[in-house]
Ligand binder design. Structure first.
Ligand code: FAD
Ligand code: SF4
Ligand code: SF4
Length: 456
């Protein structure tokens, strides 16, 4: 039997559900469906007879021989003035700021929606592919193809919810035109791999707008937080990045609409952060991801999780540019307020995610390498016992949350009780570690003036 994504990726629980394999399958035998964990996976609708292996060649979690370094080098390595950092990949320039118009409805400073709109209005692209609410409780968000700025604006905000690209990629293959696509790092890697093998995708996807990413969440995460917020029964809509004038940007809130039309609000510090930072309901693939800044994207947007910006409730964006065209577009930006910011500050704003995708990853690869393709960091026996403890406990909680909800035990109170011991051990470990490392941290603080991110 020849290798396919089914036996090489899905079976090892390493599928992130991007949908590129299903879109590109020449026999059309793969279909994206929910698995029991509330994540998307391909399923084989009829037996594959040609075994061409194309599915594996476009999968971001297969051993394709190409990683973000080689893809980045091919795309941006020759851009005049380009620089490279191991944390960010290639970059030409970095900015901090916002779009006054888009900020109120956007996740951060609204730069992603501003960019997508500008690409349309300046005639750089004919279509924008981004994620927007659907109104369907079975699939609250989906990738959609939009042709007007008004439509693009309906997608503003972050979807901490599974979305897959098979339908929109099929549309790109059918309908000629120039497309811009937004996506998380792994999704854009899949698009880049697919572009290598498909001429239409290569010619038609002309701009990629990446989002920095720490982890994805299953649809069960939304159900869990909705229940915490007091929703009984089905959620018909959710907005994940509500802003309040009396709260810092970091204490954003989710607003759920229940089936009876009532809205339920819950803040980051009322239970979201516990599930988010401890990696409850996170797919296994995210534990083996080493791309923080969407290294295969022409431009990447993220939150400015830096002390001087995160206090501003209205939200501020950081933008990392890799292509000359995107740099020019950002610099002539109409209606945006942007300043240059050193790339070190951009990295610092994501210090928590960088640690997870570098130091923690070396430890995870050492402890559980099953089925994992080669990564850009090597497995390493953890020397720091607190780091090892953190990785082990969070992985246990990730698995427990996923298994329980997946088995139909959907009781948030019981889940939190089951997590209690691990949460207490994690807190105790952190406190001891803090005491031991206090002198080092003082020196660190003086040198770099704190930063870090554990948000999405
Ligand atoms: C799962 C996830 C994890 C993230 N983790 C981090 C993190 O660790 N650190 C950080 O700084 N930022 C993270 N982000 C990005 C952050 O939430 C904002 O999307 C980013 O700062 C852009 O904000 P904005 O105001 O410029 O964008 P907006 O103007 O709000 O526009 C966002 C654009 O992204 C699209 N979009 C939303 N959700 C998705 C999705 N799931 N897949 C593809 N496109 C989508 C929307 O359709 C919209 O076009 C994450 C986003 C997601 C979805
Ligand atoms: S990660 Fe994407 S390409 Fe790979 S198996 Fe999953 S859906 Fe298919
Ligand atoms: S953490 Fe990595 S694998 Fe997970 S969604 Fe983000 S980019 Fe994809």
């Amino acid at each position: 039997m020849k290798s396919s994504v089914m036996n090489s990726v899905v079976e090892h629980d390493l599928c992130i559900g991007c949908g590129l394999c299903a879109a590109l399958c020449p026999q059309d035998v793969l279909s994206m469906q929910w698995n029991r964990y509330g994540e998307y996976n391909p399923v084989e609708t009829s037996p594959c007879t040609t075994e061409c292996g194309l599915c594996l060649k476009v999968c971001p979690f297969a051993d394709s021989g190409e990683n973000e370094d080689t893809i980045g080098e091919r795309l941006y390595g020759a851009v005049p003035g380009i620089q490279h950092r191991s944390e960010t990949g290639y970059y030409l320039a970095s900015y901090v700021g916002y779009s006054e118009r888009h900020r109120p409805t956007s996740a951060s400073g609204g730069m992603a929606t501003w960019l997508l709109e500008a690409l349309l209005t300046e005639g750089v692209v004919d279509h924008v592919i981004c994620v927007a609410p659907t109104g369907d409780p079975e699939r609250l968000f989906a990738f959609q193809v939009f042709d007007t700025p008004e439509e693009v604006r309906t997608g503003a905000g972050s979807a901490y919810y599974p979305v897959e690209m098979s339908e929109v990629i099929r549309q790109v293959l059918e309908v000629p035109g120039r497309y811009a696509v937004t996506g998380l790092p792994c999704f854009l890697k899949a698009i880049r791999l697919a572009q290598q093998r498909n001429k239409k995708l290569r010619e038609r996807v002309v701009v990629t707008v990446g989002l920095t990413c720490g982890q994805l969440k299953s649809r069960h995460f939304t159900d869990y937080v909705a229940a915490l917020a007091g929703v009984q029964g089905e959620v018909t809509a959710v907005r994940y990045r509500g802003k309040s004038p009396d709260q810092p940007a970091s204490n954003y809130h989710y607003v759920f609409t229940a089936a009876d039309g009532e809205e339920h609000k819950i803040f980051w510090n009322e239970g979201i952060s516990e599930a988010w930072t401890n990696r409850w309901f996170t797919p296994r693939a995210c534990s083996y991801c080493d791309d923080v800044f969407a290294e295969c994207a022409d431009v990447t947007c993220m939150d400015a999780w830096l002390p001087e910006y995160s206090r501003d409730s209205r939200g501020t964006s950081l933008v990392l540019v890799r292509s000359q065209a995107m740099r020019e577009m950002v610099e002539r930006g109409q209606g945006v307020r942007l300043d240059s910011i050193p790339v070190e500050r951009v990295i610092q704003s994501q210090a928590g995610v960088v640690a997870i995708k570098r130091q923690h990853l070396t430890c995870r690869l050492y402890l559980d390498p099953q089925g994992v393709p080669e990564k850009r960091v090597a497995p390493e026996r953890p020397k720091n016992p607190f780091l090892r403890q953190e990785v082990v406990l969070k992985e246990r909680m990730r698995v427990l949350s996923r298994d329980r909800w997946g088995a139909g035990e959907r009781d948030g109170k019981h889940l939190r009780e089951a997590m209690g011991q691990d949460l207490r051990r994690l807190t105790a470990g952190r406190q001891i570690s803090k005491i031991i490392t206090f002198p080092v941290r003082i020196l660190w603080y003086i040198r770099r003036k704190v930063g870090g991110n554990n948000h999405g």
